[in-house]
Design a protein around this ligand. Structure first.
Ligand code: FES
Ligand SMILES: [Fe+2]
Length: 350
């Protein structure tokens, strides 16, 4: 496959309706500068986003005139923003709020044709994230229960770009059996690798819930004392996972969104929140998460195949500790997800 073909593949039409109908995080809203077009990849598509006041615009990052991108690190080449309109940096065509071309400076009197337009994508700002969807009738965004609760402290982490599929990433985040090895002395302990049986429920619309997932942690609450902890994992969408680690009234929770940039690359966006005292600054907590995530990303980048196989014949073997991984795969099959996964081969024969 040559370079040119790879570029074409990046913009290939996706026919996975379930994943097309989702919302994806592409940026932290509070960290966006105004009026600067930036490039994001969602489901293999290059998208240009920019912020005006409290609104974020999103368009396909491809000018239909001669194929230029609206984004560039070179300010002479980069497209220009004026409110909801964007001007291509190559020959100056201007696209209005509906994505229709309204100006072609080199032939001002040319009559516009209907296909001279760019796709406009819906956006919303929620949980201080900018979410984009490629669909005109997307599913909703799962609730972040603790958001806005004054008894909780919130620390953001990421973005963490990762060289694997979103499915591999979601399974990694919900898998405590790797703590003892990948995260020895941080999240786990190599002398306590056992994961007792736990229960997983799977529902077509509610997704996956794994309850009473126990694991040993060397320092679960900052007291320096190792003990057994209990997690609950919720996977309400194939690319979104929240989990709680609670002991009586004290809870530590994470809301994780894994945005598929392509089938085999993704970006993790994370909020951590907790309602008890942790004597570390936000930056220290974030650095700890950077370290833990770095280990996961290094590990995941080496996994073959990078797409998540849904059939054991394509290379995986599960044991009881992998109950979540088994149910997640069954759920993706039920949903008809094809993006970033390896679908079971059709049986040949009569
Ligand atoms: S390529 Fe965009 S105006 Fe020519
Ligand atoms: Fe991990």
């Amino acid at each position: 496959v040559n370079k040119q073909r790879i570029d074409e593949l990046l913009d290939e039409e996706v026919d996975d309706h379930y994943m097309l109908n989702q919302w994806y995080v592409v940026e932290r809203f509070s960290q966006m500068q105004e009026n600067v077009p930036i490039e994001k990849y969602v489901l293999g598509k290059s998208i240009v986003i920019w912020r005006i006041g409290d609104k974020v615009h999103a368009r396909r990052n491809h000018c239909p005139h001669e194929g230029a991108r609206f984004t560039s690190a070179n300010p002479r080449v980069q497209g220009k923003i004026d409110g909801a309109t964007i001007q291509c940096g190559y020959h100056g065509w201007i696209y209005n709020e509906e994505g229709k071309a309204t100006k072609y400076p080199s032939n001002q009197n040319t009559k516009a044709r209907s296909h001279w337009c760019i796709d406009v994508y819906q956006t919303q700002v929620l949980y201080d994230w900018v979410w984009v969807t490629l669909s005109s009738s997307p599913m909703d965004i799962p609730l972040f229960r603790q958001w806005g609760d004054p008894t909780y402290r919130f620390v953001a982490a990421g973005p963490y770009p990762t060289d694997t599929s979103f499915g591999r990433s979601i399974l990694n985040a919900g898998d405590v059996s790797h703590f003892a090895f990948v995260h020895d002395k941080t999240l786990g302990d190599v002398d306590h690798p056992e994961v007792p049986f736990y229960t997983v429920s799977r529902d077509f619309s509610a997704g996956i819930i794994a309850k009473d997932v126990h694991v040993w942690q060397p320092d679960p609450d900052g007291s320096g004392i190792g003990k057994d902890v209990c997690y609950t994992f919720y996977i309400p969408r194939p690319h979104i996972q929240t989990f709680d680690k609670c002991e009586q009234e004290s809870c530590f929770c994470i809301y994780l969104v894994v945005t598929p940039n392509t089938e085999t690359t993704c970006t993790w966006w994370m909020w951590m929140t907790f309602n008890y005292e942790i004597e570390k600054s936000d930056v220290e907590i974030e650095r700890f998460q950077d370290e833990v995530s770095q280990d996961d990303r290094d590990l995941l980048g080496g996994i073959r195949p990078a797409k998540l196989p849904l059939d054991p014949k394509d290379g995986y073997t599960l044991i009881p500790a992998d109950e979540t991984a088994l149910n997640y795969r069954k759920w993706l099959l039920q949903l008809g997800v094809t993006y970033g996964v390896i679908q079971p081969r059709k049986k040949s024969g009569q």
